[in-house]
Design a binder for this molecule. Structure first.
Ligand code: HEM
Length: 418
């Protein structure tokens, strides 16, 4: 190579650049497969981080003690000035950015509210929201309008359910989808300063809202997570500061609906594109409607609504023979791990009978999704009621994906009900 010849791009890095392009993000699965074949663990100087696509390597990163979250330490080093962003400070001081001992303390305060028994109490309300949404879809169809899954079904059910648990009144929900969607860009790789400014402005509304709601609920407590956390805060300020209380509520509420709504939408599209598997679902619904867990796991494996998450190497570490230096930001492509043939035979085939799937779409380890049981409950109610009422549901146009891998969802999914 002569001095002025550009250095060749490593093939794995070329795949990564392609994966982060708008086209790569629209359908990342072929890119994941090529990248995994080249390097299930890739440390890239060109992209400034480590990238994991293999299932075993992903498990090692997510459950090992040598990796922590991307939080204050990483931002101080890599994104000086991040403390000027209320969004980054709030989100990365909360559960997602916390390491121990803070993570155990914060998670301990909310874990009970999201265990399977507690969550079951919200099922009748989720069922009611689903029936209401299906009525609205029928009204649209009767008028000759296209029924849209995200806006008419997935978001109203997912947002209404988490709002009930947290304690946000239904009449306040209107602007939250827009605010949270804008704010969600912080989880994507390489956020532009303009997008961050827009996200900050949106999230300030969320934080202001929760500050006001905490003040209101303090005077008149209810039977919800908000009131329970206010009681903890007021009884023992060492366990939860006022700022942590607001950050935690905003984060849980924000995490609780775009993700689930995304999985509902992705699943409707997947099932429409795999009529043989829709028939399998119909037979499960007819014969064993309470045995939907493997179906939901497989839908999440095949086309999950969270495709990637981030960690930082806390010390020098070796994963599958690849050296990852301390401090390296590490992206785990959950969606790629979920299509690893070494773990899932014939991984690109949707198989609702797949046993013991254990996909990573809800994460793994100490940061495993707090709302996993809730997400499953919502999926159960929606799948049962949607396909029970409209067994011949089909796509009535091309679904449109939103850009982004962290939140991987559809903007619109037009369907015909008959
Ligand atoms: C299908 C729907 C959902 C998906 C795909 C999903 C996905 C995930 C994933 C992958 C993680 C781990 C992130 C990491 O390790 O960095 C996570 C964590 C989390 N999820 Fe979910 N989630 C869903 C639904 C929900 C719901 C309904 C809630 C509402 C409570 C929720 C709240 C959270 C919270 C608070 C965390 C952080 C937990 C921690 O750091 O300890 N999620 N989720």
């Amino acid at each position: 190579m002569t001095a002025d010849e550009p250095a060749a791009v490593h093939p794995a890095d070329a795949e990564l650049f392609q994966l982060f392009s708008p086209e790569g993000q629209r359908n990342p699965f072929p890119g994941y497969a090529r990248l995994r074949a080249l390097a299930p663990v890739r440390v890239s100087e060109a992209l400034g981080g480590a990238f994991v696509t293999g299932y075993d390597a992903a498990c090692a990163v997510l459950s090992g003690e040598k990796f922590g979250t991307v939080g204050a330490e990483w931002f101080d080093k890599n994104q000086p000035g991040w403390r000027d962003s209320p969004l980054l400070v709030s989100v990365f001081s909360s559960l997602a950015g916390a390491n121990n001992p803070d993570h155990t303390r914060l998670r301990g305060l909310v874990a009970r509210a999201f265990n399977v028994r507690q969550i079951e109490q919200v099922r009748p309300y989720t069922a009611q929201l689903t029936e209401r949404a299906l009525d609205t879809m029928a009204e649209h169809a009767a008028r000759g309008d296209v029924a849209d899954i995200p806006s008419l079904l997935a978001l109203p059910v997912a947002m209404g359910t988490i709002a009930r648990l947290v304690g946000v009144p239904e009449e306040d929900l209107g602007p939250f989808d827009g605010w949270i969607r804008k704010a969600s860009v912080v989880f994507e790789v390489a956020v532009s300063p303009e997008a961050l400014a827009e996200a900050d402005a949106a999230y300030l509304n969320v934080l202001d809202y929760f500050h006001a709601l905490v003040a209101e609920r303090r005077k008149a407590p209810g039977d919800d997570l908000l009131s329970a956390l206010i009681a903890v805060r007021d009884a023992d300020g060492d366990r939860l500061s006022e700022q942590e209380l607001v950050d935690l509520l905003a984060f849980i509420f924000g995490s609780g609906f775009e993700t689930t709504a995304g999985l509902v939408g992705n699943s409707v599209v997947t099932l429409a594109e795999h009529p043989d598997q829709l028939a399998v679902l119909q037979s499960v619904l007819a014969t064993a409607p309470d045995k939907l867990a493997p179906v939901i796991d497989e839908l999440g494996r095949f086309d999950g609504s969270v495709q990637a998450t981030r960690r930082m190497a806390l010390e020098d570490v070796e994963i599958e023979g690849v050296h990852i230096p301390a401090g390296t930001g590490t992206i785990v492509f959950l969606g790629a791990a979920n299509r690893d043939a070494a773990r899932f035979p014939d991984p690109d085939r949707l198989d609702l009978h797949r046993a013991d799937a254990r996909p990573l779409n809800l994460g793994l380890g100490v940061h495993y999704c707090l709302g996993a049981a809730l997400a499953r409950l919502e999926m159960e109610e929606i799948l049962r009621r949607l396909y029970g009422r409209y067994p011949r549901l089909r796509l009535a146009g091309t679904p449109i994906r939103t850009p982004g891998l962290q939140l991987y969802r559809h903007e619109s999914i037009p369907v015909a009900l008959d």
